[in-house]
Design a binder for this molecule. Structure first.
Ligand SMILES: [Fe+2]
Length: 428
């Protein structure tokens, strides 16, 4: 990190002070007076926070079905720590809301923060139940550094934001232009505010959780980092790449299957639709994960195929399907961008718009599958089909399928690492 820039940010008079309500909540966390009463008084004195807390509690985010009308009702149900964290998050978030529209787009920033916060909560409930509240607030505030850099650097930062094609692109552009990232800037503000390390570290390291040495801090930071990548699915420019990368990350880090990863993302979309209004944020993007996945299904398949090829290559196995001399081909079922186990079927006929197969077991109409056809020069063409009929024939079945798409050839390297537009953008 650029030392001079670090000092400049830390000493900047334009940074917001720690909101009084947040300071008070942090004191309550230290247990200097009976927490519940103090918190109820604090919230009662701030109508904006009171309204937000009750909206969030009644949003379904906390699994409460009855309508809660007062904080006194909420604390016994949710626990003091949960309500305190929510009040802290709301007071910090609303204070950093400057309402300005230059630099990081105001609505985009808040939309992203809503997805990050609800994603962190959903992931932590699954993999880090003791850290749910810390993950929620840290994720809510993780990109606060973009607002910090905007206040300190003004137009210079606005132009960097305009050039960034995605949130991930920001890091390279920020480092190139200022020697500091928004994550680091957020960490500086957290330090200036004397926030607990459990918030400061995940904010500062949310784009590089592996750098955190302390295990407890790293676990929270990993969840927060993944939450940011979940937000990319809904507000980013490359949803298919984000979904494919998340499925891989969830599987490798937490042994969460692709289907469960999809279910998590679907829940995050629904929760964000409810959380947004509690923070006065209009979400305005498709929160329905199934719709997003459907829209990008073909691209997801291309990425899954490329990942499959990469895995096969690394295991030194020939997993790709090939047309065989005995008239049989390998058929790979697929659903929602996830590939199933390949099976051998007999090829009857193939045309420009369809394929005929025979097999021992039924393949239900509507099922999609991929056939890979070898091309001259060693390339492989991947064709996506949808089963239109499945009729009994002798001992087995005759299957007819229509060509749905010719998938784009892609190298494994492309799938593992989406093109980084920031690099191209910084080249002058
Ligand atoms: Fe970020």
């Amino acid at each position: 990190m650029n030392e001079e820039m670090q000092q400049r940010i830390f000493a900047s008079a334009s940074l917001p002070a720690l909101p009084a309500a947040a300071a008070r909540v942090l004191q309550i966390a230290d247990g200097d007076e009976p927490g519940s009463d103090a918190l109820a008084r604090l919230v009662a004195g701030d109508p904006v926070i009171a309204d937000g807390v009750l909206r969030a509690i009644n949003s379904g985010l906390y699994g409460i079905t009855e309508t809660i009308g007062t904080l006194e009702q909420a604390i016994p149900l949710l626990g003091l720590r949960t309500v305190k964290t929510l009040v802290l998050g709301l007071s910090l978030a609303t204070s950093s809301d400057t309402g300005q529209t230059r630099g990081p787009n105001h609505q985009t920033y808040w939309r992203r923060s809503m997805y990050c916060a609800s994603a962190a909560r959903a992931i932590a409930r699954r993999v880090l139940p003791t850290g749910v509240e810390d993950c929620f607030v840290a994720a809510l505030l993780m990109d606060l550094g973009t607002l910090v850099l905007d206040r300190v650097l003004g137009d210079a930062y606005s132009s960097v934001c305009e050039r960034a094609g995605s949130h991930g692109d920001l890091l390279a552009l920020e480092t190139h232009a200022f020697g500091i990232t928004h994550a680091e800037a957020g960490g500086i503000l957290a330090r200036k505010w004397n926030l607990p390390r459990m918030l400061e570290v995940p904010i500062a390291a949310h784009h590089g959780p592996q750098s955190v040495e302390d295990k407890a801090l790293r676990e929270v930071t990993e969840v927060v980092s993944l939450a940011g990548r979940c937000a990319d699915v809904f507000v980013g420019e490359r949803p298919a790449e984000s979904i494919a990368a998340l499925r891989k990350a969830f599987l490798e880090r937490y042994q969460i299957s692709e289907a469960d990863s999809d279910a998590l993302l679907a829940g995050i979309g629904r929760q964000t639709a409810r959380l947004g209004p509690a923070f006065g944020v209009r979400i305005n993007t498709p929160t329905d994960y199934e719709t997003v996945r459907e829209k990008w299904s073909q691209r997801l398949l291309e990425l899954s195929l490329a990942q499959g090829r990469a895995a096969a290559a690394s295991a030194n196995k020939r997993r790709n399907a090939r047309m065989r001399r005995d008239g049989k081909v390998l058929l790979t079922p697929c659903s929602n961008g996830v590939l199933g186990e390949s099976l051998v079927v007999r090829l009857k006929d193939i045309s420009t718009c369809g394929i005929g197969l025979t097999h021992t077991d039924r393949i239900e109409p509507g099922t999609q599958f991929i056939i890979q056809i070898p091309q001259p020069g060693g390339a492989v063409k991947s064709l996506l089909y949808t089963v239109s009929r499945c009729d009994r024939e002798g001992e087995g079945v005759s299957v007819g399928a229509e060509l749905t798409a010719v998938l784009r050839p892609e190298t494994a390297m492309d799938a593992a690492k989406p093109p980084n537009r920031a690099v191209a953008l910084t080249a002058r």
